[in-house]
Design a protein around this ligand. Structure first.
Ligand code: AHG
Ligand code: MN
Ligand code: MN
Length: 340
């Protein structure tokens, strides 16, 4: 495949000058993420052959059962990020609290913060359906030289310097942005090399796909119920098509290529929504905006939400701009019930 295509390594070096305050660290950080992604990919690919399927027997701080692959992916990303001398702190969906990382001299001179959902869509692992990894990168706000603090992690999504995801699908892709558009790289597993297969990815303005767990319909806010009825109505180019994989990364990736909206709203069961602001919603919102799409909580942009806690949840409406704006029209008819 694509030996004449640009590799991810070449692409990172060519674009290094776009990172204003970086002396090559951001490039090295992206390189370490691409290595971690390869290791997780290798494990995901042989999941049916080795003892890596199923529960780990543990639960994370949010009370969710951890799968063995959740734990494996978390360990891989944490270890690789700790060993490179770039990051002063990491927070992960699978860790109770953020982790402070010292630099090679035992000090705290590193500049970057990483937040990650190491394995997204865990419920799909055992049934051989696509899963993903999501990452989000910030400059620290605490003074260089002192240990990273909670404020470094509780920055608005607007402050992100880079974000991306890996989708372990029929092929494995790494898709990321540094604020200059979105580019997608496909892994050639025989060579272990990522190639630029999807340059300058853009959400179609409109779309025909809606992705939501409709089993929760009775628990949804009235605005969401009304929007779903709109999607299902027979008119012009409707009814739309419903597609829900149950892994945000995979649903988002498909919608970005084909045009669509992903919604995880508040519900009577989950009054704050389910997805996590810092590990899932902000990085995907940055990618969506950079790809010409939109991401809101139904009322305002996700990246403008002021974070208050590490594992905070928010409702999300994300995807093709026209579809998100149509959903917002329905939401605007009712007061915002999001309690976060
Ligand atoms: P995670 O596996 O990291 O906990 O994330 C799962 C998320 C998201 O990826 C997915 O779209 C959603 O949860 C599915 O939730 P439901 O099963 O409630 O639809
Ligand atoms: Mn997730
Ligand atoms: Mn996860």
């Amino acid at each position: 495949m694509g030996y004449r295509l640009k590799t991810l390594g070449e692409f990172i070096i060519e674009h290094q000058s776009q990172f204003k305050y970086s002396e090559g660290e951001l490039s090295r950080l992206l390189n370490s993420i691409k290595l971690a992604a390869k290791l997780v990919n290798h494990e995901v690919n042989k999941a049916g052959l080795v003892d890596i399927l199923g529960d780990s027997g543990e639960t994370n701080i949010q009370g969710e059962t951890q799968q063995k692959l959740d734990v494996f992916a978390n360990d891989v990303f944490m270890n690789i990020l700790k060993k490179r001398d770039i990051v002063c702190g990491v927070a992960s969906e699978e860790e109770d609290d953020f982790v402070v990382i010292s630099d090679k001299n035992g000090g705290h001179d590193n500049k970057y913060i990483v937040l990650t959902d190491p394995l997204d869509g865990s419920s799909n692992i055992d049934v051989n359906v696509s899963v993903g990894t999501i990452f989000s990168i910030y400059h620290r706000v605490s003074p260089i030289g002192s240990p990273a603090t909670k404020d470094d992690f509780l920055q608005k999504g607007r402050e992100q310097v880079a974000a991306g995801y890996v989708v372990y699908g029929t092929s494995t892709m790494l898709v990321y942005t540094t604020g200059f558009g979105v580019n997608g790289f496909t892994l050639n597993p025989a060579l272990g090399t990522w190639y630029l297969s999807h340059p300058n990815m853009k959400f179609p303005k409109g779309g025909k796909i809606y992705s939501i767990n409709e089993g929760n319909y009775v628990h949804f806010p009235q605005g969401v119920k009304d929007y779903l009825k709109y999607c299902q109505k027979e008119e012009e180019n409707r009814p739309f098509t419903s597609r829900y994989i149950g892994s945000l990364v995979s649903d988002f990736h498909r919608n970005m290529i084909k045009g669509g909206i992903y919604i995880y709203p508040t519900s009577t069961k989950a009054p704050k929504g389910k997805l996590r602001l810092l590990y899932e919603c902000n990085p995907m919102a940055f990618l969506a905006e950079q790809a010409g799409g939109k991401a809101t909580d139904g009322y305002k942009c996700i990246m403008d939400v002021e974070p208050t806690e590490l594992h905070q949840r928010v409702p999300i409406f994300i995807g093709s701009t026209e579809m998100v704006e149509k959903a917002e029209e329905f939401m605007a008819k009712f007061p915002n019930d999001a309690n976060y």
